[in-house]
Design a protein around this ligand. Structure first.
Ligand code: PLP
Length: 348
């Protein structure tokens, strides 16, 4: 018997099935490849540079993001994916006795970090329409986390509604997770001028087709950035590797390419939503690159049937409120046409 071992219920990430012929719609990866400029930057990377440590503060990438987003460079911190940023933000910002609040249905990792770091939390139920109700966030709390658009619902909260939550909670940090913001939502970045307690997280994984590169960032007041930098320097100062920094820089430089892809994904999403609705499936209104769907047959049955056709989607049997739903990422048009065809076969 070994003493001192940690017991923890981990976050269960979506599976990563391998193979060329599969249609992978289970972890919201982008349907399109990264920008050709990213491929060029990878070819141009000199492996001799790997002898040295990466930069500590990603000055060049921060400058580029600063110009791209219209915020000062000292308002940005880079990390090893936005999971890294969020995890550090929990450590940096949630040191109150009162519980932090987040919706009962949201990114599953929030609860895992709260447990891992012994942060008290309370899950606030979404409305019956799977909406965040600002009035539910007006109680004493130790901080808030809101994904906008939310996951796995895909539902976007308009900024004036989101601002009501922020306005009522100016003495704690409000984290806004914008992993899916470029698929139809409006960013909360302009609110940073007014509220020094807002921290926005972003990732290159979804809109920039770079999930495997592991780059994410946080944006907030210089005061908040200093605190989270101190946490970063207490954990893993070189969290962003040299290759990732160069490739992310190339991605920001070719943002028109990505805007265009996001636009295409939104069009495919809206087409796919209409097709599913015509079959009789209930589809939540999504502003993300996935849809949450309630099929006319059992979710588990459809999930398994799709898998026999090499189509992988996400099924949450242990999450009571959505155990009858499937989350389907939006792939390329021909992939989604195939999904519709197979669903039509199974329901007819
Ligand atoms: C995908 C996702 C993240 C994490 O993205 P990284 O790949 O770690 O950058 C964070 N929040 C939400 C809501 C996500 O869906």
């Amino acid at each position: 018997m070994i003493r001192g071992l940690r017991e923890i219920e981990p976050y269960v990430a979506g599976s990563q099935p391998q193979g060329k012929r599969i249609i992978k719609l289970n972890t919201n990866e982008n349907a399109y490849p990264p920008s050709p400029k990213v491929a060029d930057a990878l070819k141009a990377f000199d492996s001799a540079d790997l002898r040295k440590y990466s930069t500590l503060t990603q000055e060049e990438l921060r400058q580029s993001l600063s110009a791209h987003l219209g915020v000062a460079a000292d308002q940005i911190i880079l990390g090893n994916g936005s999971d890294d940023i969020l995890s550090m933000a929990f450590l940096a910002f949630f040191n109150n006795d009162e519980p932090i609040l987040f919706p009962d249905l949201t990114y599953g990792f929030y609860k895992v970090w709260a447990n891992l770091y012994d942060i008290a939390y309370r899950e606030v139920p979404l409305t019956s329409q799977f909406e965040i109700a600002p009035s539910d966030y007006q109680t004493l709390n130790g901080g808030l986390v809101v994904a906008n658009p939310n996951a796995p619902t895909g539902i976007y909260k308009p900024l004036d509604e989101l601002e009501k939550i922020i306005q009522a909670n100016q003495d704690v940090v409000v984290i806004i997770d914008e992993a899916y913001i470029n698929f139809g939502g409006k960013t909360a970045l302009p609110l940073l001028e007014k509220y020094k307690n807002v921290f926005i997280t972003r990732t290159f994984s979804k809109d920039a087709s770079l999930a495997g590169l592991r780059v994410g960032y946080g944006v907030g007041s210089p005061e908040l950035i200093k605190v989270i930098e101190a946490v970063k320097n207490s954990l893993n100062p070189y969290a962003v590797d040299s290759i990732a920094e160069k490739l992310a820089l190339a991605a920001v430089d070719d943002w028109d390419y990505y805007s265009n892809n996001c636009q295409k994904i939104m069009e495919i999403r809206d087409w796919f939503t209409k097709e599913l609705a015509a079959i009789g499936f209930e589809v939540l209104p999504s502003s993300a690159n996935f849809v949450l769907v309630k099929p006319t047959l059992a979710a588990q049955e459809l999930f398994q049937y799709l898998q026999t056709k090499n189509i992988y989607v996400r099924y949450f049997p242990r999450v009571e409120r959505i155990k009858d739903y499937l989350r389907i990422s939006i792939g390329r048009q021909e992939e989604m046409e195939k999904v519709i065809m197979i669903i039509q076969e199974v329901v007819s």
